[in-house]
Ligand binder design. Structure first.
Ligand code: FAD
Length: 302
């Protein structure tokens, strides 16, 4: 069996694997796709100490760093079941079962897509999901935020300080964000809030140039000119397969303590699949390191 088995090969999983391997314990890593969300990212400007890099470069560096250590890397495999017995069992979709004394879950998350024409076409060409990452690209321009929940309104407040103007589009007649956030938003001069509207299409030629929406009360169609559209309608953790195996919150995020421990002894979690409040590369890497050290601590005590 493994001493530590990591599920996921994004920033959190790779960081956890390297920290574990450096303790000289038998370490394995299973990943459907090495690099994780980073593979889909173009410019990265907040990976501290590197002013600018790109997703595919970071993904390649992650793999190169992983290969420096004695880690059994099992690529292109999905896990479908976790069961705590004497050891912790992980079953892959191909039916094989891996056993480990400790497991670190780092299966990440994916942005919920709005699935309107233009979204897929203009990804990284004006369609964005992360204000912390891509906000500065739209400095001095007009943007929209789709989604009136906490993440949407936080994004709108953040973007209002960088861009010329922000239009918020909420499908329901009311915003769902916390009142303090709504009040802060209302105090900003360069924000327009549209409620009870449905985004119909993100328009453009080679880049986003606007958005068409339907006023749900009247059925009328409107178009606004924009340089960017931020879609913030939820981040979905890749944890469906853990139903009943570890404790999760109502969003499906794995509940962890400050060291990354879950409710199951020997099972730890890190990165975007957990209830960590902020989802960023350096945060995922830090939590992966913590979880690996906590897993090692667990091993030497049990
Ligand atoms: P992920 O990167 O999601 O990795 C999850 C891993 O688990 C993958 O290897 C996946 O294949 C694997 N996996 C999932 N399910 C299973 C399963 N059942 N079995 C086996 N393997 C599985 N952050 C920044 O800090 N700066 C940025 O500029 C930035 N830009 C971004 C741009 C985009 C378009 C996106 C989508 C995200 C961006 N982020 C950025 C966020 C950042 O990418 C994430 O916070 C980070 O990748 C999370 O790391 P993670 O390891 O927790 O998860």
């Amino acid at each position: 069996p493994f001493d530590t088995l990591i599920i996921g090969g994004g920033p959190a999983g790779v960081s956890a694997a390297i920290y574990a391997a450096r303790k000289g314990i038998r370490t394995g890593l299973v990943a459907e796709r090495l690099g994780g969300q980073v593979q889909e990212t173009l410019g990265i400007e907040n990976f501290i100490s590197i002013k600018y890099t790109e997703g595919p470069t970071v993904a390649a560096n992650l793999e190169e760093h992983l290969r420096e250590y004695q880690i059994d890397v099992i690529k292109a495999q999905r896990c479908r079941r976790l069961e705590k017995k004497d050891l912790i069992e992980i079953e892959l979709e191909n039916g094989s079962v891996l056993r480990s004394k400790a497991v670190i879950l780092a299966t990440g998350a994916r942005w919920r897509n709005i699935c309107v024409p233009g979204e897929a076409e203009f990804k990284t060409k004006g369609v964005a999901y992360c204000p912390h990452c891509d906000g500065p690209i739209f400095k001095g321009k007009r943007v929209a935020v789709i989604g009136g929940g906490n993440s949407g309104i936080e994004a709108a407040i953040d973007l209002a300080g960088i861009t010329e103007h922000v239009t918020v589009l909420e499908f329901m007649p009311e915003l769902k964000a916390d009142l303090v956030l709504q009040q802060r938003l209302d105090s900003l001069p360069n924000v327009t809030v549209l409620k009870n509207v449905q985004t119909k299409e993100i328009t453009g030629t080679d880049r986003v140039d606007g958005l068409t929406y339907i006023d749900r009360a009247t059925g009328e169609e409107h178009h606004i000119d924009l340089a960017g559209v931020f879609i913030l309608i939820g981040l979905v953790p890749n944890t469906d397969w853990l139903d009943g195996a570890v404790e999760r919150n109502r969003f499906g995020e794995i509940l962890v303590d400050s060291r990354g421990a879950t409710n199951v002894p020997g099972v730890f979690a890190a990165g975007d699949c957990t209830n960590s409040h902020y989802k960023q590369i350096i945060i995922a890497m830090g939590s992966g390191a913590s979880a690996a050290l906590a897993a090692f601590d667990h091993l030497i005590r049990n």
